[in-house]
Design a protein around this ligand. Structure first.
Ligand SMILES: [Zn+2]
Length: 520
């Protein structure tokens, strides 16, 4: 008896020794002779060797390492996988729930491809800003699928975006809805006010596994201008409860009034750029009042997600060339793109939903909003604000916010607004990781972190087009050739080249109706 115990103890001791020594033998996968580009480094580390073991970065060395498998990184760049901290994974962009129901083959193919599309464009971590444990579990049943986290949406019971969901479904879609005391008289059966106080809602999110809180200040989109907005004290209580639980608070806020409210109530992140205004401002210029809000964003170090693709995506609905862009064919299945072009897929022309109808009269206002959010982003970048990368995919039920590609286009918007390649890279990696309290796991190429990595032919600190040269996506240590993630990978290896030959930054493929700035 004692003998067998001592054998077990010896075996355990040996195992511990072997585990300490894993760096010596030829274990794991080694990326050799690669240039590591990681946000904590003042300069890229050339001729580096990176060992991946058990889904993690096990070793980073300037001396040659050997592994069971080897990937030659000569002339290549290794970066952290990208983080998109603002997506919505519940819907297929451009498809309404009833349409999805009546086209099961189209929607099945789309849902299988969408996780791969995010990976194709380098996004290995996503945050759904309005989800539930059940929805996230469904999403994670795909393989491969990016690492995905969620915020609970603390939306006012009759406020935005709850009003977009029919009753009583809205109370299931928004289990973390907020009830303010004065609204008590109008509660539907089954909704108890005490269960929807800010502290209770945050506690429920936390125990459900949310890593953040999303809340909203929106008086109205499109033709609606009368939505209820929360009381400041409600949101201050929500923020205090969230911080006590270790959760950052992101606030949907895209107007001067909303961003002021977010700053006044202590939100950690304004989850949109500043583009709406109640002042009659016909141009995209920043007014002194807007600049003073942006100055506060800098002073208070509030996170700020420009989400410029919201405006560009709405604009692209007017573009007949959008559906034949070759990049879309790599992003979504052909059956879905064909459906988008069908009469049913063009439903938004009917104007049933004011946010998405394509009324040409809306174009000048859209253009002013694009200019304003771009100017605001550039203003903040110049002053060292904490810009955070989020694409808001899709921002509305529109097909012009395609998964992954929408984020890639958002990167171009940042550069066009005057943000440096370095600041963009930090926003896509460590700055998002820190905001989400995930920086111990992801955001840099350092030993101990999850091996979510990208191998690229060009350096993203030199040019945003480097993100089009991804060759391999490493997901929890598993190398996936980019071509395998393309929606058209059946048609050959050309999927790994982006942009395709003939498609240049000067010829973005997307028609922009008013001939405004090229987006690259
Ligand atoms: Zn959003």
């Amino acid at each position: 008896m004692s003998r067998s115990v001592s054998l077990v103890a010896t075996a355990g001791f040996c195992f511990a020794l072997c585990a300490c020594a894993t760096q010596a033998p030829h274990s794991g996968l080694v990326i050799s002779d690669v240039t590591v580009v990681s946000p904590e480094r003042a300069a890229p580390l050339e001729h580096a060797y990176v060992r991946i073991l058990d889904g993690r970065i096990a070793q980073l060395s300037e001396r040659p390492l050997r592994g069971e498998a080897q990937i030659d990184g000569t002339g290549r760049y290794l970066t952290p996988g990208l983080i998109d901290s603002h997506v919505h994974l519940g819907a297929i962009p451009g498809m309404l729930p009833n349409q999805e129901h009546s086209h099961p083959d189209v929607s099945r193919a789309a849902r299988e491809q969408i996780p791969r599309s995010y990976l194709y464009f380098g996004f290995t971590t996503l945050v759904d800003l309005n989800s539930t444990p059940a929805a996230i579990a469904r999403w994670k049943s795909h393989d491969p699928v990016p690492d995905t986290y969620f915020c609970g949406a603390a939306a006012l019971i009759d406020g935005y975006p709850m009003v977009d969901a029919p009753k009583p479904e809205r109370y299931e879609a928004y289990p973390y809805l907020l009830v303010e005391p004065q609204a008590g008289a109008f509660l539907p059966p089954g909704v108890e006010a005490a269960e929807h106080a800010p502290q209770t809602v945050v506690a429920r999110m936390k125990s459900d596994g949310a890593i953040c809180v999303k809340t909203f200040f929106e008086r109205g989109l499109g033709d609606r201008h009368d939505l209820p907005v929360p009381q400041p004290e409600t949101i201050r209580t929500l923020v205090r409860a969230a911080h006590a639980a270790g959760l950052p608070v992101l606030m949907h806020a895209n107007s001067a009034e909303a961003q002021t409210f977010g700053l006044d109530t202590g939100a950690d992140v304004l989850a949109h750029g500043l583009w709406s205004t109640t002042e009659q401002v016909a141009t995209g210029e920043l007014t002194p009042a807007m600049k003073s809000i942006l100055d506060r964003v800098v002073q208070e170090n509030t996170g700020w997600q420009p989400t410029m693709q919201v405006m560009y995506g709405l604009n692209d609905l007017f573009s007949p060339g959008f559906l034949s862009d070759p990049r879309l064919a790599r992003t979504l299945p052909r059956s879905l793109i064909e459906w988008y072009g069908s009469r049913e897929g063009q439903w938004f022309h009917d104007g049933a939903e004011s946010v998405t109808k394509t009324d040409p009269a809306a174009l000048p206002a859209l253009m002013a909003q694009r200019q304003r959010v771009s100017a605001a982003t550039g203003y903040l970048a110049q002053r060292g604000a904490r810009l955070l990368f989020g694409s808001d995919t899709p921002s509305a039920p529109i097909y012009t916010n395609p998964p992954g590609l929408n984020g890639r286009l958002e990167m171009n918007n940042w550069i066009a607004a005057g943000v440096s390649e370095k600041k963009l890279f930090h926003a896509l990696t460590i700055d998002n990781a820190r905001m989400l309290h995930l920086d111990a796991k992801i955001g840099t190429v350092e030993p101990g972190k999850t091996a979510n990595l990208l191998l690229l032919r060009d350096n993203p600190l030199r040019s945003v087009e480097a993100y089009d040269t991804i060759e391999t996506v490493f997901l929890r240590g598993r190398p996936i050739p980019r071509a395998e993630l393309s929606a058209d990978n059946a048609s050959g290896a050309s999927a790994s080249t982006f942009p395709a030959s003939g498609e240049t930054a000067d010829n973005p493929g997307f028609l922009i109706v008013e001939g405004s700035n090229p987006r690259g």
